[in-house]
Design a protein around this ligand. Structure first.
Ligand code: ADP
Ligand code: MG
Length: 707
């Protein structure tokens, strides 16, 4: 359907705008932002306070403007950087692009971004947007974060696990950088994790050495939040000063459904068309939970369009979500072609992290995908859960940025009343192995006694320590093991994936594991349009392996590689891109996901090369690969029950193979799986058949011959 194609959007005129009127317009826009009236005051406050908390409504200009003010005020002299962290990569990327444009510089020069698997900075970068997770990784190499004069922790209200850990880390770095040799430095421990179990002597470790930090100029911290409750941050930083930036908000009418919706994806589609036919011009922002859902709504809208009266088809959809390639993310910000209504299909990144101009209508199904962790079973799952009231409010607020707006909540008013007031910080509902591994690598020995803003449960910490020990990353007294633990901490992946890569070099199948890990790092490789289910199934069968989803994913990746290598040698990049797109379409493969996976693949490959791991292929002998999966994913093994469900061995939970798995029907006796997704059932996804004997053979420390 041509009206749906993204090609309808004008391409941006490059990052450097030589168009004077465009510059003028941008300048005008900047000046009219609420934050512009308090520029001087904010800069003064940051000069005078080493820690400042800035609270301001979404869209007031915090993220895009403050770093520019700091640059202008001289905080980057001596080549120092202003670092701005974001919980989400999309925000880091799109905001950096916007700010580069506002500054009239090429992206990657004065203004740049750095996110996992994508670095757009150079030696001349002074304003650096990045994810909070990335800054944590930087601290591994530069414990004093010595490059930075100011670090702005943005979107702190989101309380992602990385933000929380980062705040704790910054607190100690700041202390270290403002202290002299005689004073004590943060991160000193009175005990460590091993003591809590065994009552050993306390040890003091950590890369922050007494007095060392004083070599660097003091570090200034700015914490920015859209939530009105600055108290919690202020208290954590010893009564730090908070300032409020007044926002601008127009009234938003809220509408609820009369009855609960059974299928909110369908309901979202219906609401989009209702708005389109009944309401005044203005763009629509729809909140969905992930790429799959976004693509399904894209499909539904596309299918429905031809049924509309001729004059009513002027509608375009644009997706925006984390794993979308960055050049495509910017499309959400471009105006729709004249006479068209733009429908932005977004995950909750559009809740506070990015502000897209032109939104007048918000469609809010009231759900969000969130991590959930059960420390008793040690199982982390991704669940679609109701939003909090605070989130619902944020979402509706997006409709009132430029004028009065409307928000359509796809649930009843009674359901709204039942929502929790605010979201539980992620650190209390996720598996902590990843952050604990990083903290250990940073020299934090005592996780239980660590100065978290909000402490995760002791049980969650102990369970994650145990898991890291079982994976070989920690020694018996919970110290980072050498080399496994150190290598694992270096890889920007979940510990279990890192372990799989490290092991696979011993199993002679690192080639295969690299592909598997890359493919598992992206969302939904296959796509099945509703109207072509049968065709899609046949196409996907060509890649299917009876051994399971991991090998199936490898087959897809390799088939695409073969296709690109054959007959594309003399083609231009553009042509290859087009060919790949067609190949994906013909094979019902999600082109966006596959491109992303190829990108991730080349990045992780570089990491393992640098680490000196031996890259080899097991060729046809996929048993080696499956054995390696068993050896690394042993905590995610499950046995078939007489009724066809599975019992996860580590947690004794009853789970089922997801219908999209190639093993859904075959139901082998013993499997390992990649993740657990909880909807109305406990579904396991990405499943591979293994021999149960391998578990006792390859993970004897865990399966010591019990059953
Ligand atoms: P805050 O951080 O306070 O929520 P931002 O600095 O993100 O505010 O946004 C300030 C303004 O800049 C918003 O009104 C938004 O519309 C505009 N803006 C931000 N990014 C872009 C972009 N990529 N394209 C166009 N406008 C943008
Ligand atoms: Mg912001």
């Amino acid at each position: 359907m041509p009206t749906m194609a993204n090609s309808h959007f004008k391409q941006p005129n490059g990052t450097v705008s030589n168009n004077d009127s465009r510059r003028q317009k941008l300048l005008q826009q900047r000046k009219s932002l609420p934050i512009a009236t308090v520029e001087k005051r904010l800069v003064e406050e940051i000069r005078n306070n080493h820690i400042l908390i800035i609270v301001g409504e979404t869209g007031s200009g915090k993220t895009t403007q403050l770093p520019q003010y700091l640059f202008k005020a001289g905080f980057c002299h001596d080549g120092k950087l202003v670092g701005v962290t974001q919980p989400r990569r999309v925000a880091a990327v799109t905001v950096a692009k916007r700010v580069a444009e506002e500054c009239g510089v090429q992206l990657g020069q004065r203004v740049g971004y750095s996110v996992r698997f994508d670095d757009m900075t150079s030696g001349s970068t002074r304003i650096k947007y990045m994810t909070d997770g990335l800054l944590l990784r930087e601290a591994l190499l530069d414990p004093y974060l010595s490059k930075y004069s100011v670090i702005v922790v943005d979107e702190a209200h989101e309380r992602t696990v990385h933000t929380d850990v980062l705040l704790a880390l910054l607190k100690s770095v700041q202390k270290a950088r403002s202290q002299t040799a005689n004073e004590l430095v943060g991160r000193e421990n009175s005990s460590n994790d091993a003591n809590l179990e065994k009552g050993k002597e306390a040890q003091t470790t950590g890369p922050l050495k007494k007095g060392q930090g004083a070599k660097f100029p003091p570090l200034r911290l700015v914490i920015m939040s859209a939530s009105l409750d600055a108290q919690i941050f202020s208290e954590y930083f010893g009564g730090a000063k908070a300032v409020h930036v007044q926002g601008r908000q127009f009234p938003v009418d809220i509408f609820y459904t009369l009855h609960a919706e059974t299928d909110y994806v369908e309901a979202a589609m219906v609401t989009i068309f209702q708005i389109h036919s009944e309401e005044a011009p203005g763009d629509i922002l729809v909140f969905l939970t992930g790429q799959e859902e976004i693509e399904s709504v894209e499909g539904l809208v596309r299918d429905k369009l031809p049924q509309l009266p001729e004059g009513n088809r002027n509608i375009v959809t644009v997706p925006i979500y984390a794993s979308l390639p960055s050049e495509q993310q910017m499309k959400a910000f471009m105006p729709a072609p004249a006479g068209f209504r733009k429908v932005i299909l977004a995950t909750n990144i559009a809740e506070t992290s990015v502000t897209i101009p032109g939104i007048k209508y918000v469609v809010d199904p009231g759900v969000v995908k969130a991590r959930n962790y059960n420390p008793r079973t040690g199982i982390e799952s991704l669940n679609v859960i109701p939003t909090s009231k605070a989130q619902a409010l944020q979402r509706s607020g997006r409709a009132g940025r430029e004028g009065a707006g409307k928000c359509f909540r796809l649930y009843t008013e009674r359901e709204f009343e039942k929502l929790a007031d605010s979201t539980v910080p992620e650190i209390k509902r996720c598996n902590l192995s990843n952050v604990i591994l990083q903290l250990k690598a940073l020299g934090v020995d005592d996780i239980i006694g660590f100065d978290f803003m909000e402490k995760p449960s002791r049980m969650a910490i102990v369970k994650s320590l145990e898991e890291l020990f079982l994976l070989g990353a920690l020694t018996e007294d919970y110290k980072l093991s050498d080399p496994i633990g150190k290598q694992m901490a270096r890889l920007p992946l979940d510990p279990i994936y890192s372990k799989a890569l490290i092991l696979s070099s011993q199993f002679n199948c690192l080639e295969e594991m690299l592909i598997a890990v890359a493919m598992l790092s992206v969302e939904s490789i296959f796509f099945t349009p509703r109207e072509k289910q049968e065709e899609a199934r046949t196409a996907i069968k060509r890649f299917s392996s009876t051994e399971g989803d991991h090998i199936t994913l490898i087959n897809v990746y390799r088939s695409c590689d073969e296709f690109l290598e054959s007959g594309n040698a003399n083609n231009s990049k553009d042509k290859i891109f087009k060919n790949m797109k067609k190949w994906c379409k013909d094979n019902f493969v999600n082109g966006r996901s596959l491109r992303h996976a190829r990108d991730v693949h080349s990045q992780i490959r570089r990491h393992v090369e640098q680490m000196g791991l031996r890259i080899a292929s097991c060729g046809e002998d996929m048993i080696l690969f499956r054995r390696c999966l068993a050896a690394s994913f042993f905590l995610n093994a499950a046995l078939r029950q007489p009724d066809g469900t599975y019992r996860a061995l580590a947690s004794s939970q009853i789970v089922q193979i997801h219908p999209t798995s190639v093993l859904f029907r075959a139901k082998p006796d013993c499997i390992v799986f990649n993740e657990l997704v909880r909807t109305n059932q406990n579904y396991i996804r990405d499943v591979t058949r293994i021999d149960p004997m391998w578990l006792t053979e390859l993970a004897p420390h865990f399966y010591a011959r019990q059953d």
